[in-house]
Design a protein around this ligand. Structure first.
Ligand code: NAD
Ligand code: AKB
Length: 327
């Protein structure tokens, strides 16, 4: 049975990954941690620890206290916020991943690290972006993601730390709000469609990016850590994707359920520039070959599930300002 520490556990991914890990490995075997403290029911079904993962000692205390063997390292600053605070993003993203792999080396832990489509840049082939290709990102977020991919590979080859990871596309979910990324519109559009039948989008109608529904992403993060290491031709940063979408195609999918939904556009040049530097679609064939990765939700299935769940919760739901959406 694994004993797992999740860093940055109160964010968009951790809010769904922690319950999934607890269901699979047992509540007491999954320690959630963050630099924010849980509110309401967050983390109530298992251990929670304050861990600033820029501080090696704080990580080590928890690894020892709970006899941890696997770290899911989610703490980070996302792309849009990183462009407004590049030095903070460098410190948090690089400082935390370095302390985590170093703690893992000293304590014999495996590490999951989520990279991103943000690890690519404007000179990367945009369509069916290959697994191994040009990575010259033009954002601070992307720079930290490429460096972290390399650092995790280094710790795997140099110190035999079992580091594994995927390059996630924009994630769509209804449980927790996204944490300041370029792809956040693809979450907000569903909430605004249900509540107001109207959304003002900060990206152009034709901005094409890869997306994935959170249940698929959570499953991918568990499956890669359980994959047969003998089959893995890469340690880190497997391309994975579920769909390529635009604000216009999301709008069309939503209108099948909410025909009077209206979208208009007020372009944010900063986030548009980031989106324009990222691929249109990833080639995830190596993940499919090496560890049988396959998404279950396409655009229509995700849209139906998002709208149904948001409608169910919407009477008192609100943007949580960093917490969960309230039921
Ligand atoms: P998020 O912003 O929602 O959550 C990040 C969490 O990290 C927050 O709860 C924050 O309080 C915490 N944190 C920040 N600094 C910390 C520190 N020093 N120590 C401990 N905790 C700290 O992010 P997310 O969407 O859950 O993303 C998690 C990871 O997945 C990140 O590495 C992100 O780059 C990656 N990723 C996310 C997406 C996506 O669409 N959500 C896509 C690609 C990659
Ligand atoms: C962001 O937009 O920053 C994230 C990501 C794709 O890495 N959602």
């Amino acid at each position: 049975m694994r004993r797992i520490l999740v860093t940055g556990a109160l964010g968009q991914i951790g809010s769904e990954l922690v319950p999934a890990l607890r269901e699979r490995y047992g509540n007491e075997n999954v320690v959630a941690s963050d630099i924010r403290m849980p509110t309401g029911q967050d983390g109530a079904d298992g251990p929670f620890e304050y861990v600033d993962c820029q501080r090696l000692h704080q990580i080590e205390v928890v690894l020892r206290r709970y006899d941890i063997d696997t770290i899911y390292h989610l703490a980070a600053v996302l792309s849009a916020v990183a462009e407004t605070k590049p030095m903070v993003a460098w410190d948090v993203n690089m400082g935390s991943v370095y302390q985590v792999v170093e703690a893992a080396r000293q304590h014999g832990c495996a590490v999951f690290h989520p990279s991103s489509i943000g690890a690519f840049g404007p000179t990367t082939p945009r369509d069916h972006t290959p697994q191994d290709t040009i990575q010259r990102p033009t954002t601070m977020y992307g720079i930290t993601k490429v460096a972290a991919e390399l650092l995790c590979d280094y710790y795997a080859s140099r110190f035999r730390v079992d580091t594994r990871g995927v390059r996630l596309p924009g994630l769509v979910s209804y449980v927790a709000p996204p944490g300041g990324g370029t792809t956040d519109y693809a979450v907000a559009i569903f909430h605004e469609a249900v509540r107001h039948r109207h959304y003002t989008c900060y990206l152009r109608a034709d901005s094409t990016l890869d997306f994935m529904y959170m249940p698929d992403a959570v499953r991918a993060m568990i499956e890669i850590m359980e994959a047969d290491p003998g089959r893995l031709t890469h340690r880190n940063a497997y391309n994975i994707t579920a769909m390529s979408a635009t604000p216009a195609s999301l709008t069309a999918a939503i209108r099948k359920y909410i025909p009077d939904f209206v979208i208009d556009y007020d372009i944010d040049p900063a986030r548009q520039a980031i989106a324009d530097s990222w691929p249109n679609s990833l080639d995830d064939s190596l993940a499919r070959l090496d560890w049988d990765w396959a998404p279950r939700f396409d655009l229509d299935a995700m849209t139906a599930d998002m709208l149904e769940n948001i409608a169910r919760r919407t009477k008192t739901a609100r943007w949580g300002g960093g917490g969960r959406y309230a039921d």
